[in-house]
Design a protein. Structure first.
Length: 626
């Protein structure tokens, strides 16, 4: 209830009111605290004073009673009345009869009778003090309202001096004296409350009011309004958040207006349908005019949307929509024919999504429709072109097949027709060298050997060309191959040549597998090893290092030698057919080996490259699928 009442008041009124109430509470607490401090101070002061006086009177009374001077003893007791706070003072004998008192009428009476007219609390406190059997001096607060003390001093022989001190007048006097301080503190507290309220009004409520005004303007649609609160306090942070929100809303509103403008000018028709029979239209964009309809006519319900769908498409569309409404998914796409106002049929691409409530019931059907009649026409045409293209591709394929057959026949002819005369030249030259070698001088025998060497080189070149042609034509069969096992087989076949050259092979191949053609990869490894051995023959000894590592879905095989190396500016040249970087006299070969390597690796879906420097060896890399 209190909370509701507090919510009814604006903070600019509630806070000053709360400050005033707090100030009054602080004033009251200060006054109470001051009174308690004064009460404690008076109690401590008077206890000490009374205890000291009782000690003095105890000794004086003992002297007078010891001398038998009864009158002087009574005069000493009556002198307690000179102190304003002492209201009762009695010297009682062992039978609790009043021997001396501040009041003459009490002398000789029993103490209880002498106190008969006093307040019960005072009477009980004095009687209890008189009955105490112990010796010495005692001062204590009685169990009575107000501030008071009861003192007792034992006087030999068996007399007791008891006094009652009422400290309320002294407390009242001290309170009156401290009233000015209370008023000063109260004025200071009230002044601070007023000052805080004023500061809050200037620094808080005015800023809050400015923030509220900005929010109301933004809420009414003026998105250009900004709170503009400077500083680093909470209102400044809220103001910054409000300004950021307004900026974001303004940007989105501008974007929405732009999109609305674009949508109004675009051929896309935006629609919303009710989830009821026939799908009545709830909203439609102006682009519906491209089909001859007006927004007012569509929304007026002159017809239902299902009646515009082509009869040949309607059952399919209705079944699909019913399935999506019942089972989902809630985002789907349909193509169908739609009737225009002038009776034409157009193809539309309808992209639809559904809005459901918490229970899964479809509330609204949303969609954007695009006229794709032109696309459809371009497609019944694209299919015609594709049919013609497929016929041309088939014809071209047949031509390529015939060309491959011709190439195979040509390769066979090259293999047969070129090798036959080479074999004849080789045979005749060997006969000349064996049977008639003695008739030639040294120059003639050198020339004959050169002829035989050329024949052998020509034979190797023909073999390499045929291998290159076969690599281009034959089908590669991709299969998982153990890299270490395959390379091991190649090394075993090359062992005699490696041992003859004194080559050292450092095989560091891990157990990796690749997807490749077995014969193709065998040829690649053999050519790379032959190449490494050929160009490192002059090293002491020739060294070939084999390694491989997996890199993601690929495996990279490396073949490194310690041969002559090459300049990297010739990198691409070394993989071209018939391209050589060194003289055939120094390093024999046909210039086809590395071209074969690149062709085979490409056919297996990989790549090959090299790294080298003159005089520092070379390293060839082959990357294949893992």
């Amino acid at each position: 209830m209190i909370r509701r009442l507090l919510y009814l008041l604006p903070a600019r009124y509630l806070v000053p009111l709360g400050m005033a109430v707090l100030a009054l509470v602080l004033i009251a607490f200060t006054a109470w605290q001051q009174r308690q401090e004064q009460r404690a101070a008076i109690d401590a002061e008077q206890r000490s004073s009374l205890r000291g006086r009782l000690h003095v009177e105890q000794r004086r009374l003992q002297v007078q009673l010891g001398l038998g001077n009864r009158m002087q003893a009574r005069r000493l007791v009556s002198e307690w009345g000179r102190r304003p706070e002492i209201t009762h003072a009695y010297l009682v004998d062992p039978e609790l009869r009043v021997f001396a008192s501040m009041r003459r009428a009490s002398i000789g009476k029993p103490l209880g009778e002498a106190l008969g007219g006093e307040a019960p609390a005072i009477r009980t406190a004095l009687l209890d003090a008189a009955r105490r059997p112990d010796l010495g001096v005692h001062v204590q607060a009685p169990d009575a309202p107000g501030l008071a003390l009861v003192g007792r001093a034992a006087v030999v022989p068996d007399y007791r001096l008891i006094v009652y001190s009422d400290l309320e007048p002294l407390l009242a006097m001290r309170t009156h004296e401290g009233r000015g301080e209370i008023w000063r503190v109260s004025a200071l507290i009230l002044g601070l409350a007023v000052l805080v309220a004023a500061v809050l009004h200037l620094l808080w409520f005015r800023r809050a009011r400015r923030l509220v005004t900005a929010l109301r303007a933004i809420g009414s649609g003026d998105l250009g309004t900004r709170a503009g609160l400077a500083g680093r306090d909470e209102f400044a942070e809220i103001g910054a958040a409000v300004d950021q929100m307004a900026g974001s809303l303004q940007f989105r509103h501008t974007r929405l207006e732009q999109l609305t403008s674009i949508l109004a000018r675009s051929p896309v028709v935006a629609m919303e349908w009710e989830n009821s029979p026939g799908w009545p239209v709830r909203m439609v964009s102006d682009a519906i005019s491209q089909w001859g309809y007006t927004v007012d006519r569509v929304l007026a319900g002159d017809f239902i949307f299902a009646d515009l769908i082509h009869p040949g498409d309607r059952p399919r569309i209705q079944d699909e929509v019913a399935r999506h409404l019942a089972e989902g998914p809630d985002d789907y796409r349909q193509e169908y024919r739609l009737k225009t106002a002038d009776g034409r049929w157009v193809w539309v691409d309808d992209r639809t999504w559904l809005t459901r409530d918490a229970g899964g019931r479809v509330l609204t059907i949303h969609g954007v429709l695009l006229d794709i009649t032109a696309q459809r026409t371009a497609e019944d045409e694209l299919r015609r072109i594709n049919a013609g293209l497929e016929a041309r591709v088939a014809e071209r394929t047949a031509q390529l097949k015939a060309a491959n057959l011709e190439l195979e026949a040509f390769s066979y002819s090259v293999s047969h027709d070129l090798k036959a005369p080479l074999r004849g030249i080789d045979g005749y030259s060997q006969i000349l060298l064996q049977d008639y070698g003695g008739r030639f001088d040294d120059d003639g025998r050198v020339l004959l050997r050169n002829v035989r060497r050329g024949v052998a080189q020509m034979h190797g070149l023909i073999e390499d060309l045929l291998a290159y042609s076969r690599t281009e034509r034959r089908a590669f069969e991709a299969q998982p191959l153990g890299l270490r096992e395959l390379v091991g087989d190649v090394l075993e076949s090359l062992r005699p040549e490696l041992e003859r050259c004194g080559a050292v092979v450092d095989d560091r191949l891990p157990p990796l597998s690749v997807v490749a053609d077995r014969d193709g990869l065998n040829m690649v490894v053999r050519n790379l090893l032959d190449n490494a051995l050929k160009f490192s023959l002059n090293a002491a000894p020739p060294r070939i290092c084999l390694g491989a590592q997996a890199e993601g879905a690929r495996v990279v095989l490396s073949v490194r030698d310690n041969g002559v190396g090459f300049d990297m500016k010739y990198h691409d040249r070394i993989f071209e057919i018939f391209q050589r970087l060194h003289r055939a006299e120094d390093y024999p070969g046909t210039g086809v080996g590395l071209a074969l390597v690149r062709k085979a690796v490409q056919r297996m879906g990989g790549r090959v490259w090299a790294e080298s420097a003159p005089g520092q060896g070379a390293c060839f890399y082959v990357e294949l699928r893992k």
